[in-house]
Design a protein around this ligand. Structure first.
Ligand code: NI
Length: 201
């Protein structure tokens, strides 16, 4: 199906035609569960989200970020960001790493109480990033594109992306999770100083 057709299919859901930024109401309220997982609209939603994520060079995107208040997320994990535990725990972690994940109605529970601080960015808050403390390990679940239930463990950066995206579904943007607001800085200044950057999601 063409991108144009997919866009038309999700227009009635509130599709904004762009990635909306902090201040748009849809980013600040809880999203609704998707009830018809196998509908044409649900599949079109994932396709359009993937297009926007790729175009914006992001690692993750939640449906509210394109104006749609439904519980859908897409993301991928750059190979160099896979945690050692995950490599050890999952035989196909390496092969799996750069493939795209699509999840409807996702949930997670922490694995233990270990926390980790890391730099996050967000496509809905362009150009800046900040330090956020998240659970290091999680078990997450949701439905895939075919309506099949998926469940797995994730650690480190992978777990961080999932927590960031599920926060979007609850109307939470990462600055609300920050405990030290002085770490909220511009990407380019941070990159110039440290030669590192946060991948937005
Ligand atoms: Ni985000």
């Amino acid at each position: 199906m063409s991108g144009e057709l997919n866009s038309q299919l999700i227009m009635p859901l509130g599709y904004a035609g762009r990635i909306v930024r902090a201040g748009h109401p849809v980013l600040h309220r809880p999203a609704a569960a998707i009830t018809d997982l196998k509908s044409a609209e649900s599949k079109a939603l994932a396709a359009v989200m993937l297009d926007h994520m790729a175009e914006a060079n992001g690692v993750g995107l939640a449906a509210p970020q394109i104006g749609i208040g439904l519980r859908a997320i897409v993301f991928w994990v750059p190979r160099e960001r896979i945690a050692p535990e995950e490599m050890a725990a999952t035989e196909d972690a390496d092969e799996d790493s750069e493939s795209v994940h699509i999840l409807y109605n996702p949930k997670f529970t922490p694995l233990g109480d270990q926390m980790e601080a890391g730099i996050e960015g967000c496509l809905s808050i362009p150009d800046i990033c900040g330090m956020v403390t998240r659970y290091y390990g999680i078990r997450y679940s949701g439905y895939d594109l075919n309506g099949n239930w998926r469940e797995r463990e994730a650690y480190g950066y992978h777990a961080r992306i999932v927590q960031h995206e599920i926060d979007h579904l609850d109307g939470i943007l990462y600055p609300s999770r920050m405990t030290e607001l002085s770490t909220l800085v511009y990407n380019d200044e941070l990159a110039a100083a440290r030669e590192s950057r946060a991948d937005p999601s």
